[in-house]
Design a protein around this ligand. Structure first.
Ligand code: PLP
Ligand SMILES: N[C@@H](CCSC[C@H](N)C(=O)O)C(=O)O
Length: 380
């Protein structure tokens, strides 16, 4: 099956009992067991639920892994993956990451004895030299949130393999439509499925997929033991959202291309962060490893223009955290999504106070652009 067909027909898309073409929502916490001490396929919904299982099978297929796991949020998925490791284990981690992942690493995982070295993932020599005797994995996003930096997945996975360490990629911004890290050598992929996979800003969910059978077995155990699993209703909603991922991504892309054209031509925009731009540092790597460049754009206004007034003047585009939904969303990372990163670290990593991040939705592009233009006009 090709990718877009798989989106629709993957997982257990047809119910074997009734023939229902949409996976039923098995809203049951427990399942009848026919004999004492047998090995029932379904026993308790934290351990396994048929609706969740359909979604997990689907994401494993889409990302080309051996098994998929659904969690109650992207952060829960990331936490479960780090729970594969133990006190004293060391990670090389990308310098530009989602603020909540920074918080998880610094305020939670470090307390449990995991160790981290932060590295600019665009610098392959720096990645390799950060690997220590106790390094177990390299963790990064590409494109990154919010600077859209690009890491060369294949090259990093090769370095990692050479040192016997695992590669873990947060594929939230790209989605498997644009990029499939496991086919480039990564061992584990994580997603905030809250974003493009769900696609409608109506579900909070996380996914993890691995190519490694041993890690898969450990994740089965950890998912059940930690218990941050995705419920059947949200599993259904997410699988429903995934069915239209290809269609949505095509429109997101068309709109992003139009918005980029507008931003490039407007003298009030001083800098654009977008991997599709020829002069963007990660452009050639992105062109090599991604189908297309996606619909996340960050930018800065010309010095002296008021960022707060601009984002508050928008009428169609929502000032809101999150991304990847059908509606365009805008935010200021320093204040919103990356507010949990101390200012000096944030600035060192390149996230200026005035950086604006736009998630281009699938509205008519003329309306998105008209809204941006009228808000910019209010600044003069
Ligand atoms: C790149 C990235 N990874 C992980 C997360 C965490 O996902 P969630 O909000 O679903 O917990 C987010 C956003 O929250 C994100 O942007
Ligand atoms: N206030 C939340 C931040 C949610 S950010 C959601 C998403 N990852 C994004 O980048 O927009 C928190 O503190 O966790």
């Amino acid at each position: 099956m090709r990718f877009n067909t798989q989106l629709i027909h993957g997982g257990n898309s047809e119910d074997q009992t009734t023939g229902a073409v949409s996976t039923p929502i098995y809203r049951s916490s427990t399942f009848h067991q026919h004999q004492l001490g047998g090995q029932p396929k379904w026993e308790y919904s934290r351990t396994g639920n048929p609706t969740r299982s359909s979604l997990e099978k689907l994401i494993a297929e889409l990302e080309h892994g051996v098994a998929g796991f659904a969690f109650s949020s992207g952060s829960a998925a990331i936490h479960a993956v780090f729970s594969l490791y133990s006190q004293g284990d060391h990670f090389v981690v990308g310098s530009d990451i989602y603020g909540g992942t920074f918080r998880l690493i610094n305020k939670v995982l470090k307390r449990f004895g995991l160790e981290f070295t932060v590295v600019d993932m665009q610098d392959l020599a720096a990645v390799e030299s950060a690997i220590q005797d106790n390094t177990v994995a390299i963790y990064f996003e590409t494109p990154t949130n919010p600077l859209l930096q690009i890491a060369d997945i294949e090259a990093i996975a090769k370095i990692a393999k050479g040192h016997g360490v695992k590669t873990i990629v947060d594929n939230t911004f790209a989605t498997p439509y644009n990029q499939q890290p496991l086919t480039l050598g990564a061992d584990i992929v994580v997603h905030s499925a809250t974003k493009y996979l769900g696609g409608h800003s109506d579900v909070v969910a996380g996914l993890a997929v691995t190519t490694d059978q041993r890690i898969a077995e450990q994740l089965v155990f950890l998912q059940n033991s930690i218990g941050s699993t995705l419920g059947p209703d949200d599993s259904w909603l997410l699988q429903r959202g995934i069915k239209t991922l290809g269609a949505r991504m095509r429109i997101h892309q068309e709109n992003a291309d139009a918005v980029i054209g507008f931003l490039q031509d407007d003298p009030r925009i001083s800098k654009i962060y977008y991997p599709g731009l020829n002069d963007f540092p990660g452009h050639s790597v992105a062109a090599k490893q991604m189908r297309n460049f996606g619909a996340m754009i960050s930018f800065e206004l010309k010095k002296g223009l008021n960022t707060k007034k601009f984002v508050e003047s928008l009428q169609l585009i929502d000032l809101a955290e999150s991304l990847g939904g059908i509606e365009s969303l805008i935010e200021v990372p320093a204040v919103m999504t990356h507010g949990s990163i101390p200012r000096e670290i944030r600035l060192k990593n390149g996230i200026k106070d005035e950086l604006i991040r736009l998630s281009v939705g699938i509205e008519d592009p003329e309306d998105i652009i008209a809204d941006l233009r009228q808000a910019l006009d209010k600044l003069n």
